[in-house]
Write a protein that binds this ligand. Structure first.
Ligand SMILES: Cc1cc2nc3c(=O)[nH]c(=O)nc-3n(C[C@H](O)[C@H](O)[C@H](O)COP(=O)(O)OP(=O)(O)OC[C@H]3O[C@@H](n4cnc5c(N)ncnc54)[C@H](O)[C@@H]3O)c2cc1C
Length: 504
């Protein structure tokens, strides 16, 4: 049986209504949908958003929207947070599956990502480190070769370092994407494929890079070179750190960050409230949900993915740059993330397969002894829901592999995401980025997709939530200071020996 979407009872999922209630968050209206919420709705009648006045309506309770809400509440604003789903978190989604806590979207956090690192320290949220792998299966021109992970690491280090050779020059101040505007303009036209072609690598070397270029860009032809170059610069320009940003994860799930923010902010949060229109009139903005509920406030923050803007009616219409971005799409369009209960083998391994090889998993591996296997595919011809197909694909790498169960998450077909992680196409940085951060009258926009720094990461979502709320973001010495914080226990890892999951 193949699982999709809703897995586990509501209270097992990351941010249960009970935990929201404990946090003092006012859950209202449509949140009464399941029995777990009844007590909450009754208790909060006084908070009925229809009877209250708000200074700001935040649409979208992903990381960016929740961060903006927390900041605005700290400034004394009355905030209504409207969320389409029955949970907060958006493209992060802490879930429970077969007794394991799993992340169905964003997962890894790192001290090089100062905004999220600061939040972990602020709320003293525990983190854990992945244990790493003992076997690496790397692609060759005729199949897969089993290597000692450190040998694979050395090979890829040399290739990645060459691939990224201009990055720190293009981004001398990596949290400020236009610190060297001329060079950004020069490089932003290139796709990841352009860079691979320019390098003219031997085929056996090129295939050691293309699992990454396809995964990050959705396809090497679609993804912009400048986007991944900025990540490399943000990681300090080394392979060790670039891969290493996928070592630590919040031990209580990514949702623990949102839980803590909401507990502090205590906003009025309305789940199950997809917004269908945003209309600006003199002095106020009117927001209407699909269910016909109408809310007004002097200001609205749209913290929904760029790709979703086109599904919402704006009056006046969105500016040209916003229309262009949402029509062309930003981010990886086809990625699906699988968690696989692999009966055999049970050890920690990693395997990569190159773009266009016919093998569906760009990346697959088990990184902790007690966890299921995680895999990513951008292959549109692959039926990720077909258990037999999943097992056959793994057997091409490990012939006697046996799959017991698996679960698929597809944010690309999810109407409230319409894509997975943020990733730009060529020309989008230079042509659109700054314009997308501009307000449209009384409507502002936020999200990881339009963040300045770790765009496409949780850190970027927090950064952009701060920006839109008028709070300072971190860069330069302030970022370094936040990264140095260690109020939480940080498990020590040898990042060079570690060949972890280097995907977003
Ligand atoms: C498979 C995958 C793996 C990833 N791995 C990592 C990782 O390891 N580390 C990392 O840092 N990042 C990772 N990311 C990226 C990270 O998860 C995202 O960048 C980040 O969560 C985006 O946050 P956001 O608030 O900008 O957007 P979202 O999380 O998309 O939040 C937007 C919110 O708006 C809501 N919404 C949409 N439409 C409407 C509407 N009409 N009305 C009301 N609400 C609406 C959505 O339901 C959602 O809650 C990954 C992403 C994916 C998909």
């Amino acid at each position: 049986m193949t699982h999709e979407r809703e897995s586990g009872r509501p209270e097992e999922r990351g941010l249960s209504r009970r935990s929201l209630l404990k946090a003092g968050v006012a859950l209202t209206g449509a949140a009464v949908a399941t029995s777990a919420t009844t007590a909450v709705a009754v208790a909060d009648e006084a908070q009925d958003p229809n009877r209250r006045k708000f200074d700001v309506i935040v649409v979208g309770a992903g990381v960016a929207g929740v961060t903006a809400t927390r900041e605005l509440r700290a400034k004394g604003k009355r905030v209504l947070l409207l969320e389409a789903r029955d949970r907060v978190g958006g493209r992060t989604w802490t879930d429970t599956w077969r007794g394991h806590m799993i992340e169905r979207g964003g997962t890894w956090v790192d001290r090089l990502q100062p905004h999220v690192w600061r939040e972990l320290n602020r709320y003293e949220l525990p983190i854990m480190a992945d244990a790493g792998v003992t076997r690496a299966f790397m692609p060759t021109l005729t199949g897969f070769e089993e290597l000692d992970p450190s040998v694979a690491y050395v090979r890829q280090n040399a290739l990645f370092t060459r691939f990224f050779e201009d990055s720190t020059r293009i981004y001398p101040e990596p949290f400020k994407p236009f610190a060297n505007r001329d060079l950004v303009a020069k490089f932003d036209r290139f796709s990841l494929r352009d860079r691979l072609d320019q390098m003219a690598l031997a085929p056996e070397d090129e295939i050691l890079l293309t699992s990454w270029t396809s995964l990050y860009g959705g396809s090497s032809k679609r993804g912009a070179l400048t986007h991944i170059q900025q990540w490399w610069a943000l990681a300090g320009g080394t392979f060790e750190a670039f891969h290493g940003v996928n070592t630590y994860r919040p031990a209580l799930g990514t949702v623990s960050i949102l839980n803590a923010m909401l507990a502090e902010a205590k906003p009025v949060l309305k789940l199950n409230s997809p917004v269908k229109s945003v209309v600006q009139n003199p002095g106020k903005v009117t927001v209407t949900t699909r269910a016909g509920e109408v809310y007004t406030a002097p200001e609205v923050i749209m913290a929904v993915p760029v790709n979703v803007w086109k599904t919402i009616s704006f009056s006046p219409a969105l500016p040209a740059a916003h229309r262009e971005a949402t029509t062309a799409g930003m981010g990886v369009t086809e990625e699906r993330k699988l968690w696989i209960d692999l009966e055999h083998p049970t050890d920690r391994f990693v395997a990569e397969s190159p773009e266009g090889s016919g093998h569906p998993f760009c990346y697959i591996g088990r990184f902790n002894d007690d966890q299921p296997v995680v895999a990513f595919t951008v292959d549109t011809s692959f039926d990720a829901y077909d258990r037999g197909a999943v097992e056959r694909a793994i057997r091409k790498i490990i012939p006697d592999a046996r799959v017991r169960d698996h679960i698929v998450t597809n944010f690309a077909t999810d109407e409230f995401a319409l894509g997975t992680g943020g990733y730009r196409q060529p020309y989008q940085l230079i042509r659109l980025h700054e314009k997308l951060q501009q307000p449209h009258g009384r409507v502002k926009f936020a999200g990881s997709d339009i963040a300045n720094g770790w765009n496409g990461y949780i850190d970027g979502a927090i950064e952009d939530g701060l920006r839109v709320a008028g709070s300072p973001t971190l860069s330069g010495p302030a970022a370094l200071a936040a990264s140095a914080e260690e109020r939480i226990f940080v498990p020590k890892v040898n990042r060079e020996a570690y060949r972890g999951l280097s995907v977003r």
